[in-house]
Design a protein around this ligand. Structure first.
Ligand SMILES: Nc1ncnc2c1ncn2[C@@H]1O[C@H](COP(=O)(O)OP(=O)(O)OP(=O)(O)O)[C@@H](O)[C@H]1O
Ligand SMILES: [Mg+2]
Ligand SMILES: [Zn+2]
Length: 300
């Protein structure tokens, strides 16, 4: 039921409390948080932007870029020029184009109109100085790498294994078509959400302490084929003993959950209560406003 309190529980009780407890504090907006000691990390996979400046992109946010910079710094061409991994960063001075400070674009003040971005005429939008742009890794320059789609990059970089793992996760969440260097400001809400999911996948596959991964309506706006892809990603997290909690109206997704918590009975002040919960197989035979719909999805 819309307005029944799903997001409130997820964000204002579970996420805040888990975060506080992980930091050594007490639960927030909740009396108790049982079982918190089983978890070592929390990921909130929402649609909020991952950054408000073009400084962040899928490559930097996934940490793939740190590994790519190291590869470039290891080439004979870079060593000849004494270029370290830092020189291949567009966020620090040293190798980047200082005219556009590594943006590749420059903001033009249009007085009474919104600012516009124009391609930097010094580096021609390539973000770096001539020294860095002269270095190639497997015949590609660093700016060419940033223009690759994630799918192309996943084929291009087979080493080191950690980089291949990160790029594979980005492909698995369905970001294969996005450019590695696309500004965070240009990513859609769904793309930002999948980027966060990819990071959770990488972290969740490492082993060690279990993760708690929270998603709020990830199915909204997804094509049925993409829902299957999402479920596969969530299953991968579960296979590694992580826990996934999803607030969702989509009954197909609910039907594959291990445990359902039905919030209701209505919206606003008439909601906020758990009206039914259990494993799908157990609640399907019972009563409740959601059960009839759930039964339909499972029998078809
Ligand atoms: N900060 C707030 N102050 C007052 N009321 C709020 C606040 N946040 C949420 N509510 C109300 O609490 C109720 C539950 O909201 P919540 O966002 O948790 O619903 P939901 O189950 O996630 O709904 P939906 O499926 O539409 O996303 C709603 O009636 C909402 O208007
Ligand atoms: Mg909600
Ligand atoms: Zn420039």
């Amino acid at each position: 039921m819309s307005g029944s309190g799903k997001s409130s529980v997820l964000h204002h009780a579970l996420a805040t409390s888990m975060e506080a407890v992980l930091a050594g504090g007490e639960p927030v907006n909740a009396a108790k948080l049982l079982g918190a000691q089983d978890f070592g990390w929390l990921a909130v996979v929402d649609q909020d932007p991952i950054g408000r400046t073009p400084r962040s992109n899928p490559a930097t946010y996934s940490k793939a870029y740190d590994l790519i910079r190291t590869l470039f710094a290891g080439t004979p061409e870079a060593k000849e020029r004494s270029l370290s991994a830092t020189a291949f960063s567009f966020n620090t001075a040293g190798g980047r184009c200082e005219t556009c400070t590594g943006y590749g674009k420059r903001q033009v003040d249009m007085h009474f109109l919104p600012d516009v971005w124009v391609t930097c005429d010094v580096c021609d939008g390539r973000r770096f100085g001539p020294d860095v742009l002269a270095v190639t890794y497997d015949d590609a320059t660093i700016d060419q790498v940033l223009e690759m789609t994630i799918e192309q990059a996943a084929e291009f970089f087979t080493q080191p294994p950690q980089l291949a793992t990160v790029l594979d996760a980005l492909v698995r969440v369905g970001l294969g078509y996005v450019a590695l260097g696309q500004s965070a400001t240009e990513l859609s809400g769904g793309e930002a959400q999948r980027l966060k999911l990819a990071n959770a996948l990488v972290r969740g596959a490492k082993g060690g302490k279990r993760g708690l991964v929270l998603l709020d309506e990830p199915v909204t706006g997804l094509h049925p084929a993409d829902v299957e892809r999402l479920v596969a990603c969530l299953d991968a997290l579960l296979d590694k003993k992580n826990t996934v909690v999803v607030a969702e109206h989509d009954l197909h997704l609910a039907a594959v959950a291990d445990w359902i918590v039905d919030m209701g009975p209505a919206a606003g002040a008439d909601g906020g209560r758990v009206i039914n919960q259990g494993a799908v197989a157990d609640i399907i035979g019972g009563a409740g406003p959601t059960v009839a719909y759930l039964r339909k999805v499972i029998t078809t």
